[in-house]
Design a protein around this ligand. Sequence first.
Ligand code: AMP
Length: 281
Amino acid sequence: MLIFTRPEEWGALRKSYFDHRGSVGYVPTMGALHQGHQSLIERAVKENEISVCSIFVNPTQFDKSADLQNYPRTLHADLTMAEESGCDAVFVPEVKTMYGHAVVSGAADYGALTSTLEGAHRPGHFDGVVTIVRKLFAAVEPDRAYFGEKDFQQLAIIRELVKRESLGVDVVSCKLIRDVDGLALSSRNVRLSPQGRMNALAISDTLRQLRLRSGEVSPEMLAKWGRRHLAQQKGIELEYLELINEQTFDKAESWDEPVRALVAVCVDGVRLIDNMLMSTV
Ligand code: AMP
């Protein structure tokens, strides 16, 4: 497996190792890889002649410096996992390579897509995401890029970015991978205490209960019930729980729309997000 740290290296590597032939499938990550990431990498490997993964903890998408500092970094294990998943090359740039001396991001305003939910609760987060994805796409020049539904809003924003800026990348959405007990896999889960991890099960449990009850009352009423229920669970600090139209990101008004529940909570001071489709049309 090739490892490169500078965008300029990739062109030469691609030429000498792959003779520029075949499609490039790309998986951007922030490392601390788990089976969720692995599923994306395996899909990129399967669907492309050349597969590339990047590991870069992007400072501009963190709205809290403590979160950035505490973000797990496990490069050695990550490289092993990428190689075992069949990945051809891993891009591991440094912050100064991606940003030079100015670690700043441009503003991304895609209406409700960027202003609601994560956009409202993490100021500047999507500005940082859009800025780095533009830079990473320019470096790797992928034909397809793989993003997980775990970050459902991010996925929608990347699709919009590619469309608005005609980036010529096929964005492939990959299903959310859960642990056997239902907890959505996340790099941040390692920061949970054993008790916190137990408490965190209330997130997926609530989403499942919402899905079972969808159609019984209006989406607005169900969201209210979900918020009340989840906020009462032990160790859960609720940030938001909303039922939205998964295409427009407006609040869902009826069950004649594709409705998805998105949720963010803090457990043990660790911020966790999850989402689940409630109904299709
Ligand atoms: P991250 O390293 O958290 O920035 O995630 C890198 C990519 O992996 C993003 O496209 C995420 O949506 C995806 N991802 C993270 N966790 C999961 C999961 N549990 N299931 C599916 N995809 C995931």
